[in-house]
Design a protein around this ligand. Structure first.
Ligand code: FAQ
Length: 316
């Protein structure tokens, strides 16, 4: 048996034994690459995910709503930073990660390529998008790579606050005037299907799931998590008194789950490939922010060089 195969067997045995893999441990190259791909896609999603909501900070309907939204968007920046740090432990630099995003090589979640047209969209994003994110991320608190799993614990706590603030916005609108309830219904109509797409392609079309489940990167498959999301969310929509835009949605007594209609996979792949309603706008916003922030990075480097050369004293 070659030394490489022995190492791989020992690695799989550690995974099967529920041990966490840490940055300095030996790992198969594909395990490292899969994690860099997934964690960086996740980090980019948090950062790009600030844009649709950021659009509403100046237009939030009250001071309380503005504070809540500001805090949420800041949390997302923090999540991006923990995740970039976790990816860096796998031997890739932050500059490389940003370069992949800015040149369009890296993926980020399809959901953030849809526009936020009304205040109700902010409620729908918190309720549905953060709701979907939590279902996926609670699973990731038990992922096999230590730094990713630990980052997820804090992220999940914050995401659950995000989900509640979104649901509470929806509840307020649904208990308000008919026009407000109609706004909530319209937001649900537009965000329902893209939220289901967040879980990724069907298991039968998912090239990464089988290996990722074996390595316990993923503990559940895309379809299992999507079903869990539908089952949790339908009663929440019923409580709000609004209708999920799916004529095929119905409780299946035998399965003990809701059946639901077919996702428009053509739309999903178009958005993933860069042809969604806001892909170009989102990427441009990130590239502009990077270029406009160049002077801050240069000033920080110049200052740290001066400190190293004892030309200035560090200030608190
Ligand atoms: N969008 O073989 P699979 C959030 C790609 S965070 C775009 O099934 P995998 C917080 C996939 O990368 C939301 N691309 O892949 C927040 C793969 O690409 P490849 C982000 C997608 O990795 C809330 C290819 O398709 N969460 O929302 C999508 O095993 C509110 C084949 O797919 C995470 O990133 C998609 N929806 O499973 C922030 C969680 N789905 O191989 C602001 C971590 C799939 O061609 C506001 N990620 N692809 O390079 C994961 O759990 C997994 O990566 C999945 C996909 C489940 C997303």
């Amino acid at each position: 048996m070659s030394p490489e195969i022995k190492l791989e067997d020992a690695f799989q045995a550690r995974i099967d034994d529920e041990q966490k893999i840490e940055p300095k441990d030996w790992m198969p190259e594909k395990y490292r690459k899969t994690h860099i791909r997934q964690i960086s896609q996740h980090a980019h999603s948090e950062i790009v995910g600030m844009l649709p909501e950021g659009n509403w900070i100046t237009r939030a309907p009250s001071l309380k709503r503005k504070l809540g939204l500001l805090a949420k968007v800041q949390d997302e920046a923090g999540h991006g930073l923990y995740l970039y740090s976790a990816a860096e432990t796998l031997g890739i630099s932050r500059d490389e990660l940003f370069d992949q995003l800015h040149t369009g090589k890296a993926k980020y979640s399809s959901i953030f390529n849809y526009p936020t047209l009304s205040w109700a969209d902010i409620g729908a994003i918190g309720w549905l998008v953060d709701g979907a994110a939590i279902i996926n991320q609670v699973m990731l608190t038990r992922t096999s790579y230590g730094p990713y799993a630990r980052a997820m614990v804090r992220i999940c706590k914050e995401e659950s606050f995000h989900q509640r603030q979104g649901y509470e916005i929806m509840l307020t609108l649904c208990q308000g005037m008919p026009e407000q309830k109609a706004m909530a219904q319209d937001a649900l109509n537009r965000f329902w299907w893209p939220s289901l797409m967040m879980f990724g392609p069907r298991d039968s079309d998912s090239p990464n799931t089988e290996q990722s489940v074996k390595w316990k990167i993923k503990r559940k498959t895309n379809d299992e998590l999507r079903q869990q999301f539908v089952d949790i969310t339908v009663p929440q929509a019923e409580y709000l008194g609004i209708t999920i835009p799916d004529p095929d949605l119905k409780w299946n007594e035998d399965r003990g789950h809701y059946d639901f209609g077919e996702i428009d996979w053509e739309e999903f792949w178009q958005v993933v490939k860069g042809n969604g309603p806001c892909n170009k706008e989102r990427l441009k916003a990130r590239v502009d922010a990077w270029e406009e922030g160049a002077w801050v990075r240069e000033a920080a480097v110049a200052y740290s060089t001066k400190i190293k050369n004892n030309e200035v004293k560090r200030t608190a």
